[in-house]
Write a protein that binds this ligand. Structure first.
Ligand SMILES: C[S@@+](CC[C@H](N)C(=O)[O-])C[C@H]1O[C@@H](n2cnc3c(N)ncnc32)[C@H](O)[C@@H]1O
Length: 278
């Protein structure tokens, strides 16, 4: 996470219009896993749910439909540009249940025991101090409240089959670049222990990995990310020009092979609950 030239908070992947659209597409691709996690978390009408690191708010508006007019969605992100987008969109839709504001998850400004639920998808992988963020969420949850997360467990297991060494090299470079931006990235590994230390009971840890085949919508997930990001890896010297060209040549070869597939990086859905007062 860094600050851009205007001093606005920006995370590793940027907050421009392309990233806004990429996140919308990604939201569609992971919709089933997302609504499944919300069902297992028990999010329901009249709940007050935090969408932590909400980005442009794609999940926030779906959550607003779930909690209904009697509930609230607190949409929080460190990017002013994304929060501006959520605010404009909430006004346009008349989504009064969505309250959006700029805040860093590490300095979350919520009253203790003021929320029934919290959701964080593809966010905790970018924070600097995971333990602080988990503590902040645990403090804000009312007894019985649920913190549900979808995030990476092992990014480097992203696999293109039948396989190409250059693909593995680029994935490793990307994974290292995420880490050098501050976070641990594979946060799914640490989260259950940190949740437990913050007084939450980890109720469920579920593996999430998918296969994408050429031509499917999920197959397009990779280029929507690497088309803008690979040039940045080349610019920073973590991938050389030859490997970058070879990466796309391999991608084209695999796209034309009906037997090819992509295994998405293993993630975990984690559902934890603050115990009721005994
Ligand atoms: C990959 S996007 C995911 C957005 C959204 N959760 C979704 O699934 O569509 C990551 C988001 O986390 C936000 N973010 C990163 N670090 C943050 C922090 N420390 N506090 C608050 N938001 C943060 C970024 O600004 C960005 O909007």
């Amino acid at each position: 996470v860094s600050d851009d030239a205007n001093g606005a908070s920006e995370y590793a992947l940027g907050t421009d219009a392309d990233e806004l659209h990429r996140l919308g597409f990604q939201h569609q691709l992971w919709a089933e896993q997302t609504t499944g996690a919300w069902a297992r978390a028990g999010f329901a009408p009249d709940d007050v749910v935090l969408d932590l690191g909400c980005g442009p708010g794609y999940a926030s508006f779906d959550l607003a439909d779930l909690v209904g007019p009697g509930g609230q969605v607190l949409a929080v992100d460190r990017s002013p540009r994304f929060i501006e987008h959520v605010t404009v969109e909430a006004n346009r839709r008349g989504a009064d249940a969505v309250k959006a504001w700029v805040s860093d998850a590490e300095q979350l400004d919520l009253r203790p025991e003021s929320i029934n639920g919290a959701w964080a998808r593809f966010v905790l992988c970018f924070v600097d101090s995971l333990a602080t963020v988990v503590d902040n969420v645990a403090r804000a949850l009312a007894p019985g409240g649920v913190f549900a997360v979808l995030d990476y467990v092992r990014y480097e297991a992203f696999t293109l089959a039948p396989g190409a060494a250059v693909f593995d090299r680029v994935i490793r470079a990307a994974s290292l670049s995420f880490r050098s931006n501050g976070g641990l990235f594979d946060v799914g590994q640490q989260l259950p222990t940190l949740m437990h230390r913050s007084g939450l009971v980890v109720e469920d840890i579920r593996p999430v990995a998918r296969i994408a085949r050429p031509g499917s919508a999920l197959w397009h997930w990779l280029p929507t990310f690497f088309e803008p990001y690979l040039p940045r890896l080349v610019e920073s010297g973590s991938v050389d020009e030859h490997d970058a060209a070879e990466f796309w040549a391999e991608w084209d070869r695999h796209s034309a092979d009906p037997g090819a597939f992509l295994l998405t990086p293993p993630m975990a859905e984690i559902v934890s609950r603050k115990p009721d007062r005994s």
